[in-house]
Design a protein around this ligand. Structure first.
Ligand SMILES: [Fe+2]
Length: 263
């Protein structure tokens, strides 16, 4: 059983994210890597790495949100509702147990689906560009990104701006909805000047992240497709707490973090 230490909980509280290595089930990850290719474009061949390089050819782009292919992004949401996919990430006993450590045992909504398999194609010879952050608007508490294959440095890893959750949390009119105040853009400008952390790693590694942390999908200058599975943990009382103003204690809803020190 993998659980978080007090130090790890404190790290998350302070930095807004946390990486745990080798968590996900190997068989389910293999199944997900296989399943992905059912959504591939005709010219993408699993055994020909040269065919993975983006962007998608214009005639192979797909607007269908279940299998969206555009530019360098490939969001394969179709298998997200299959029970084994939910089990791969959200209800994996280790992932679930750790999420409950953050938010409280018995408080989480049972998931019916995860977001799906989100990919970034290799950029090929596209020059390096700087990266900027955003904050997600849809209501949830705790995000988790899981890698089902290697994500080398500069390979499109989930990128976070440490500590920005403490700033951005107060930049919305409500706790969990998308209603940014004027301060949001100002803080975004500030945060974009701060150093970021690109979470690279191997199959089975996961990244937990606070719902208001500044983040981005990293640029993929590796030779392989960045393959990640994503889920957003929500608490059963989200409907009631969603519209509330940001709390003076931003950890009020986090049973496992509320009362631990963070400096
Ligand atoms: Fe996002």
């Amino acid at each position: 059983m993998i659980r978080l230490s007090k130090e790890e909980l404190m790290f998350f509280k302070r930095e807004g994210y946390l990486v745990k290595r080798s968590v996900l089930d190997a068989d389910l990850m293999a199944r997900a890597r296989d399943r992905l290719w059912e959504g591939a474009a005709p010219s993408q061949k699993r055994d020909e790495p040269d065919s993975w390089v983006g962007p998608f050819k214009e005639e192979e782009e797909n607007e269908d949100s279940q299998n969206r292919r555009k530019g360098f992004r490939w969001n394969f949401r179709e298998p997200g509702g299959e029970s084994w996919m939910v089990q791969l990430l959200a209800t994996d006993p280790n992932v679930w147990g750790m999420a409950e450590q953050f938010l409280g045992e018995g408080t989480l909504i049972k998931p019916e689906r995860i977001r799906g398999i989100y990919c970034t194609l290799p950029y090929g010879d596209v020059p390096h560009r700087s990266t900027t952050c955003h904050v997600d608007g849809h209501p949830f508490h705790l995000g988790v990104v899981g890698y089902i294959d290697y994500v080398p440095p500069r390979g499109g890893g989930f990128t976070v701006w440490p500590k920005s959750h403490r700033r951005f949390y107060y930049d919305f009119r409500s706790q969990y909805r998308t209603e940014p105040t004027d301060q949001y853009d100002k803080d975004r400008e500030f945060v974009n000047q701060q150093p970021y952390v690109e979470c690279h790693g191997g199959p089975g590694d996961i990244v937990f992240w606070h719902h208001r942390i500044g983040h981005a999908a990293g640029h993929n200058h590796s030779q392989q497709i960045r393959q990640a599975v994503l889920y957003d943990f929500r608490k059963k009382d989200l409907e009631q707490t969603m519209e509330e103003l940001p709390c003076e204690d931003m950890w009020r809803d986090w049973a496992g973090l509320r009362n631990i020190g963070d400096d």
